[in-house]
Design a protein around this ligand. Structure first.
Ligand code: AMP
Length: 207
């Protein structure tokens, strides 16, 4: 299965992605995670990406398309994958269509007002785990014990820019995949478990 998760920042893509890859044994390809790893390791790519990400903007299409193209050529991606955070623009979607065929696009749709609260309360661990301050008050990861941190681009001053970018550049993908009959929508306002139930209904149906 080749699956794309689409949704605004804070819609719950990362959480659903973790649950999906665990259940369906798909490799999780997150462009945000790949970029953050490059930033942590201070690679050339990481240096370029950091300033852009911290400013709430998108990294260039050319750069992320190259990243995804080479990642999808790796052995573990031969049979399928879950793409999270890519494509984010129409040119990225067009490039992906040239690289491979996409089976299904799941859009997590959520009320705009909920997003700000969700994003600014989000805390991350290097291991990939994500928490929210409303549900978890610890300052270390419950799984691996490393200290939690807030992404620089999750700070309130950057978030509204990211949401604006989503609306202008990424939301047109809903139409793009609708006309190609690939889009399915789940209600991201519901609990994680309920959203996941809707996601599995879609994926089991496809399987
Ligand atoms: P994410 O973790 O998916 O929210 O990504 C964090 C940041 O990485 C985004 O706000 C962008 O600056 C950058 N990024 C991730 N994926 C892409 C993409 N497909 N195209 C452009 N920029 C991206």
């Amino acid at each position: 299965m080749k699956v794309i998760l689409l949704g605004a920042p804070g819609a719950g893509k990362g959480t659903q992605a973790e649950m999906i890859v665990a259940k369906y044994k798909l490799p999780h390809v997150s462009t945000g995670d790949i970029l953050r790893k490059n930033i942590r390791e201070m690679t050339e790519l990481g240096k370029v990406a950091k300033a852009i990400i911290d400013d709430g903007k998108l990294v260039s299409d050319e750069l992320v398309i190259k990243l995804v193209d080479s990642r999808l050529k790796e052995n573990d991606c031969k049979k399928g994958w879950l793409l999270d955070g890519f494509p984010r623009t129409i040119p990225q979607a067009e490039a992906l269509d040239k690289i491979t065929n996409v089976d299904i696009v799941i859009e997590i749709k959520i009320a705009y007002e909920a997003l700000l609260q969700r994003i600014t309360g989000r805390r991350m661990c290097e291991c990939g785990a994500t928490y929210h301050t409303s549900f978890y008050t610890g300052d270390r990861c419950a799984t691996c014990g490393k200290p939690l941190y807030q992404r620089d681009d999750d700070k309130a001053e950057v978030v509204s820019k990211r949401l604006e970018t989503y609306k202008n550049l990424t939301e047109p993908l809903v139409e793009y995949y609708t006309v190609r009959n690939k889009l399915r929508t789940v209600d991201g306002n519901l609990s994680q478990q309920e959203v996941f139930r809707q996601v599995t209904d879609i994926l089991n149906d496809y399987d």
